[in-house]
Design a protein. Structure first.
Length: 161
């Protein structure tokens, strides 16, 4: 507390107030085609847990992060979402799935935004078909995490913290 000189009418009291304001990080997971089938599709490659179940667990494990999720099987919708959040979010975790290997448009969208992007793949794409060794996203991503199953998403999330 700091007292200032007394005037004719009152004593002025100056009380400095310091308030810490916490603004949680905003991170979005963007998933591409067929990832809506996780838990059903090729469980030997992708596991038997649905993404919704995994996402609920992830949110509970990181309550201080505003985590959102978007999935589409349509390339243009993925590009629209990247552009929508690409200047306001703190991070994007992107698994473009098969579009990773074919979409110049998604690669260009990642290049055009300021939000950092971590490219994620559930399986080790380098242990699979040769066409999966090429990524149009990697040159523009801040990092790449592949082959750790659904844990790849958590590792990407931790990279932003």
């Amino acid at each position: 507390m700091l007292f200032l000189p007394k005037t004719k009418h009152s004593v002025k009291l100056f009380i400095p107030i310091f308030t810490e304001i916490y603004i949680p990080m905003k991170i979005i997971i963007i998933n591409g085609p067929n990832l809506n089938l996780l838990g059903k599709r090729e469980p030997e490659v992708y596991g038997n847990i649905s993404f919704d179940t995994f996402y609920d667990q992830l949110k509970k494990s990181y309550p201080n992060i505003t985590l959102s999720y978007f999935q589409s099987n349509i390339e243009g919708e993925l590009i629209d979402k990247i552009q929508e959040v690409g200047f306001t979010y703190d991070g994007i975790i992107l698994n473009a799935a098969a579009y990773t290997h074919t979409s110049v448009g998604i690669g260009d969208a990642v290049k055009a935004i300021s939000t950092p992007v971590i490219e994620v793949h559930i399986s080790n794409t380098f242990s699979r078909e040769t066409f999966r060794h090429q990524s149009f996203i990697s040159p523009n991503a801040n990092g790449i995490i592949i082959g750790f199953g659904l844990k790849s998403y958590e590792l990407a999330l931790q990279s932003f913290i």
